[in-house]
Design a protein around this ligand. Sequence first.
Ligand SMILES: [Zn+2]
Length: 206
Amino acid sequence: MIILRKDKLNLVEPDNEVMRAPPALYDFTNEGESAPGISTVLFERMKQLGGVGLSANQVGLDLRVFVMGLGETKIAVFNPEIIEYSDIEELFNEGCLSYPGIVLGIKRPIKIKATYQNETGQIIEQEFNGLTARIFQHEYDHMNGTDYTDRVSKFKLDYAKKKVEKCVIEGKVVDTDWDRMHTYYSKIYPNIIAQLEKEAGITAKT
Ligand SMILES: [Zn+2]
């Protein structure tokens, strides 16, 4: 049995192939890390990172699994399919743990109906409204090898990145996880990061 530890679940780069292809179905008959085991470490890691949803492929696990929740309320979702969308849509600002600081206004249906398996393998059909419908659909994008940045124009995405760049230049902290922030920003803003490191005397751990 593989023993997953939450502190070993590191976020992968958004262009990593595990995030750019639909992950494999979770097989409940397979020996391996148990479903409750996977959902528990994912949920703990999600809370540690300060998110309200986390997909297995965001931390490098090629599994059609995500968790979501607020506080101690955990919803573990295995092998999801969205089967109905409401006609009414709503624009809402979304963030993603894989893109620290990037906030994008995304239009999505306010209500969905989905089927999935819970951590005991039981098939659930459930309606989600409001914030849970929002989070479900965001994570569901990850299950299809896409994400929220694919839902906006290049102009909108560049603008959001520029806003983050401004925060970095002004020294406003947009993420408390320096290691993660560094890995991400060093790719898109190498000069700024180098300058910040010099000023702050920070040497990034690689
Ligand atoms: Zn996300």
